[in-house]
Design a protein around this ligand. Structure first.
Ligand code: AMP
Length: 477
């Protein structure tokens, strides 16, 4: 396996990577970096979590002439969240070369962004609309931009930005180098690549597998009323570097954040009812390490890269084994170990067992041990395991549930949180009404209370998730 040095990156970048704890390149980095350093155009078919940002970002940063104040590279992103994420990554990688990276995105005052551009930006990371706007105002000039990246091109297409992307590319220097990253390759993207790229090399990597093998998993059984105090006890004992605490509903997030605050713990809340500006603020503070504890819903935390997080706490047990794996599989990534602690009420033992069974894992009782202790091997320590029940309880609580089949699955980039979000946004159901979400390759399953199934089918059918129109029907046995 080659090292980052073997790929031909410069010393300041190698130092930054070492400082960030990146030991070796991921497959997309191994394949894309040498091609980009040689000046080739590259199409990378890769999803978030594969290390794609560094794959295009490191050659981009090596290309920048630090003596030149002009904009030499442009990264286009479909959303402001991704724009912020990419900017932070490039700043971290490029810190030792003193490269000025400026983020420009909609929904924030354009004046401040213009001022930042005027102070000298060597790399601009921007959302499509705002970049076009700044170019129209002649505040962003691309005459020296010889390196252009389209990140998550399929999202840009889904969001209807493609005409603007074409407009921007047609105004960038024709001798530029172009990199295009996309999880999927619809015909429109292939066409754009043919038109706007020069003899591109295509690199495909499989989606990063979520793994929970490196995560030490435990649970605490308490009554509903005792949950906030139990959580405070856990947080004090574990003393996490950074933790994300998942609650099921937006109201639940707010309530819990207030309660923890009353118990003397400084936390920030993140959910979909907050304004975009405050969500950005919380995300930036958390990602920058200035906030230690975050209470969030699954949906709000979806865009957040939480691989640096040491602890995940399921304050509310996840709706399904898939959501569980998704929540905790994002901590302890790339060689690090993480800890996951799930709070359950006595009634939820069956749910926990279902998770253990379907996620093929062992969740042992939490004990108050110092956080510095190395994680217990997932399959070891059988004595500490909770006695198994002979009869698993039913996973549902009150009332009968009906299983629905949803058109759309992993192949369309759909995640469990997307299914939950589509239902919560389009019907009167709350997150806690939705259970056992399972996302398969081309379709998904979800359980909802039988009495509400008709409403869910009517209201959610036709809504779009990641460019896929959903169709719901009752699953046949
Ligand atoms: P991305 O797919 O670009 O969103 O990256 C996913 C996560 O992996 C980010 O948190 C990166 O900081 C991290 N990462 C990327 N490349 C490496 C690497 N070679 N070694 C360790 N972590 C990495």
């Amino acid at each position: 396996m080659p090292s980052f040095a073997d790929l031909g990156l410069s010393q300041p970048l190698l130092e930054a990577l070492h400082h960030l704890g990146y030991d070796s390149p991921t497959p997309i980095q191994e394949q894309a970096i040498p091609e980009l350093l040689q000046g080739h155009d590259v199409i990378g078919q890769a999803q978030t979590g594969t290390g794609k940002t560094a794959a295009f970002g490191l050659p981009l940063l090596d290309y920048i002439d630090t003596d030149l104040d002009e904009v030499q590279a442009l990264v286009l992103t479909p959303t402001r969240e991704l724009c912020i994420q990419v900017t932070q990554a490039l700043r971290a990688y490029g810190q030792r070369r003193g490269i000025e990276v400026v983020a420009v995105f909609g929904g924030a005052p354009i004046r401040n962004q213009v001022a930042q551009l005027k102070q000298g930006a060597q790399v601009v990371v921007g959302t499509v609309g705002r970049v076009k706007d700044l170019m129209n105002r002649h505040e962003l000039v691309l005459s020296d931009a010889r390196y252009v990246v389209l990140d998550e091109a399929d999202e840009m297409l889904d969001l209807g930005f493609f005409e603007d992307v074409e407009w921007i590319l047609s105004r960038a220097p024709s001798g530029r180098q172009t990199a295009l990253f996309s999880a999927t390759m619809p015909p429109e993207i292939k066409l754009l690549a043919e038109k706007r790229m020069f003899d591109p090399i295509t690199i495909k990597v499989r989606a990063a597998q979520l793994t929970i093998d490196t995560v030490d998993q435990s649970y605490i059984e308490v009554s509903d009323r005792e949950k906030p105090d139990a959580l405070a006890r856990v947080l004090k004992a574990e003393n996490p570097e950074q933790a994300i605490i998942f609650a099921r509903t937006k109201i639940g997030v707010d309530r819990l954040a207030r309660r923890l605050d009353d118990l003397g713990l400084r936390v920030r809340a993140l959910h979909g009812d907050m304004s975009q500006g405050s969500r950005d603020g919380v995300m930036i503070a958390f990602k920058g390490g200035r906030e230690r504890l975050l209470v969030a819903t699954d949906v709000a935390a979806r865009g957040l890269d939480i691989s640096g997080v040491t602890h995940v706490v399921n304050y509310d047990i996840p709706n399904s084994p898939d959501v569980y794996v998704h929540r905790i599989g994002r901590t302890g990534r790339v060689g690090r170990s993480g800890r996951a602690i799930t709070l359950i009420t006595p009634k939820q033992r069956g749910d926990l067992e279902a998770i253990e069974k379907h996620a093929k894992t062992t969740i042992h009782p939490w004990s108050q041990e110092p956080a510095a202790k190395p994680p217990v091997p997932v399959n070891g320590d059988r004595e500490t395991r909770r006695p198994r029940h002979t009869k698993p309880r039913k996973a549902t609580t009150d009332g009968e549930c009906v299983k629905l089949i949803v058109s759309g699955g992993r192949a369309q980039g759909i995640e469990p949180a997307d299914v939950i979000e589509a239902i919560v946004d389009n019907s009167h159901l709350e997150g806690e009404d939705i259970r056992n979400v399972r996302v398969l390759e081309r379709f998904s399953f979800v359980e909802v209370p039988a009495a509400r199934a008709g409403e869910v089918i009517d209201k959610v059918t036709g809504s779009a998730v990641r460019g896929t129109k959903l169709r719901l029907e009752v699953a046949k046995r």
